[in-house]
Design a protein around this ligand. Structure first.
Ligand SMILES: *[C@@H]1O[C@H](CO)[C@@H](O)[C@H](O)[C@H]1NC(C)=O
Length: 408
C-alpha cells in the first residue's frame, strides 16, 4: 500500500468514525439549525383542532397573512388526531371524521404549498388525551410517519411508568429516567431516515434536566411543564429559561412551549413579553392561535421581523440574564429585568417589566459582548433607533423591549 493510499484509508476511517459520532449525537439530517417556526393545534381548541380542516386553513393562512414569508413553515397537529384504537395490524389510524382523506393527502397538499407538516405522539402507552401511544410500537410508528412524509414529531411523556410500576397520566418522579424512551424513538426515527428525515421534539417537560442531554436525542426539548395560557405559566417557563441558556445551540434548542399570543388570555404588554422573551431565548416559535380569527395587534407581534431575525440568527445562542451594577440579583421563579445574548452581527438586549413598571437603563459597557464606545441600536417593537453608549426605556407593567445593538 502506498503512503498516499494509507493516508487516504486513514482519512476515510476517521471520516466514518466522525460520522458514527454524529449519528450517536444527533438524528443525522442537519435539521434544527435554527429554532423551528410554525403553528400547533393544541392551544387553539385542544382535541377539536387536530383536524385536516384546521391544518389546511392554517397552511393557507400562513400564505395569505404573510407568515410563510417570515419563516413560519410548520403546520403541527397535536394530540387527538387518531382513533382510540390501533388497527388489526397495530397501525395508528387517523380519525376518519377529522381526516376524511387520511394524513398523507393533507401532508402532500401542505408540501405543495411549500410548507411542512408535524404530528404528535407519546412515549407512553397512551397520549395525554388517552389516544394510542407509541410504547412498544416505536419502530412501526416511526415507519408509518416516514411513509406519511411528515417533517416533525413531538414525543410527549404521559402514561409512562412511574414509581412502583404505576402508569399515571403524568409522573414527575425524579426516580424515573425518561431518557431510554426518547433514545428508543430517536433510534426508530434514525432507522427510517432514509425514507424521511423527521425533526424530533422531546416533550418530557424538563424531566431529568433534559437540557443536559437533549442534544444527543433530538432537535429541541421542552424545558418545563405546559404553557397553560396564563401569565403564571409565562413567568414559570421564562424563569426556567434564564438558567439553562448554555445548553441550547444550533441542532438542539431549549423549547419554551407553544405560544399563547392571539388567544385572548394575555394583555398586549404580556403578549409582547411572551413573544419577545421566547424569541431572544431562541425557543421554537410555535403559534397557538386560530389564524382564521386572530386579532391585528397579536398578529403584528407574531410578525415582528426584527424579533424573528434575532430568533433565527445563525449563531443560535440564547439570551440570558446579566446583572448591571447596582441591580438586584436574579430571583428564582421570576423573570429578570435585564437579558443579553450574542448575535452574529451584534448583541440583543431584552428589558422586562414583569416585576413592575419603571425606567430601565443600561450602559453598553456593562453588557456582555459590548463594551466601551458608541453603538447603533434599534428596538424591535417600536422601531426606535439610536446611537450612543447607553439606552433607557420606560416600560409599563409586564411590557418588554428587545434592542439589537450592532457591532459589525
Ligand atoms: C452609566 O454610566 C454612568 C457613567 O459611568 C453612570 O453615572 C451611570 O450611573 C450608569 N448608568 C447605569 C444605568 O448603570
Amino acid at each position: 500500500m502506498s503512503s498516499n493510499m494509507r493516508s487516504a484509508v486513514a482519512i476515510s476511517i476517521l471520516a466514518s468514525a466522525l460520522q458514527v459520532n454524529a449519528l450517536e449525537r444527533r438524528i443525522p439530517d442537519g435539521q434544527g439549525l435554527t429554532p423551528l417556526m410554525g403553528w400547533s393545534s393544541w392551544n387553539v381548541a385542544q382535541c377539536d383542532a387536530a383536524s385536516a380542516r384546521y391544518a389546511l386553513d392554517t397552511a393557507n393562512n400562513f400564505i395569505s397573512l404573510g407568515l410563510k414569508d417570515l419563516g413560519y413553515d410548520h403546520v403541527n397537529i397535536d394530540d387527538c388526531w387518531s382513533t382510540r384504537e390501533r388497527d388489526s395490524e397495530g397501525n395508528l389510524v387517523p380519525d376518519p371524521n377529522k381526516w376524511p382523506n387520511g394524513i398523507r393527502a393533507v401532508v402532500d397538499e401542505i408540501h405543495g404549498l411549500g410548507l411542512k407538516f408535524g404530528l404528535y405522539g407519546c412515549a407512553g402507552t397512551l397520549t395525554c388525551a388517552s389516544f394510542p401511544g407509541s410504547w412498544g410500537y416505536e419502530e412501526q410508528d416511526a415507519r408509518l410517519l416516514a411513509e406519511w412524509d411528515i417533517d416533525f414529531w413531538k414525543h410527549d411523556n404521559c402514561f409512562t411508568p412511574c414509581d412502583n410500576g404505576a402508569l399515571p397520566q403524568t409522573c414527575w418522579s425524579g426516580n424515573i429516567d425518561t431518557r431510554p424512551w426518547y433514545a428508543t424513538f430517536r433510534d426508530a426515527l434514525i432507522a427510517v431516515s432514509d425514507i424521511k428525515p423527521i425533526t424530533f421534539n422531546l416533550c418530557n417537560w424538563g424531566r431529568n434536566s433534559v437540557w443536559e442531554w437533549g442534544a444527543d436525542y433530538g432537535h429541541s426539548w421542552r424545558i418545563e411543564g405546559d404553557n397553560w395560557g396564563d401569565w403564571e405559566s409565562v413567568i414559570r417557563i421564562g424563569a426556567r429559561a434564564s438558567t439553562i441558556a448554555e445548553f441550547s445551540r444550533p441542532g438542539g434548542f431549549n423549547d419554551l412551549d407553544m405560544l399563547f399570543v392571539g388567544n385572548g388570555v394575555l394583555t398586549e404588554s404580556q403578549e409582547r413579553l411572551h413573544f419577545g422573551l421566547w424569541a431572544i431565548a431562541k425557543s421554537p416559535l410555535i403559534i397557538g392561535a386560530d389564524l382564521n380569527t386572530i386579532g391585528d395587534s397579536s398578529l403584528t407581534i407574531l410578525k415582528n421581523k426584527a424579533l424573528i431575525d434575532i430568533n433565527q440568527d445563525s449563531l443560535g445562542v440564547p439570551a440570558e440574564p446579566f446583572v448591571p451594577p447596582g441591580a438586584p440579583a436574579p430571583v428564582n421563579g421570576q423573570i429578570y429585568p435585564y437579558w443579553a445574548g450574542p448575535l452574529s452581527d451584534g448583541v440583543v438586549i431584552g428589558l422586562s417589566a414583569a416585576n413592575g413598571a419603571g425606567t430601565f437603563s443600561v450602559n453598553f459597557s456593562d453588557v456582555p459582548g459590548l463594551g466601551e464606545g458608541s453603538f447603533s441600536w434599534e428596538e424591535a417593537y417600536s422601531g426606535t433607533t439610536g446611537t450612543g453608549t447607553s439606552i433607557s426605556f420606560d416600560l409599563a407593567q409586564d411590557d418588554f423591549v428587545a434592542i439589537k445593538v450592532t457591532t459589525q
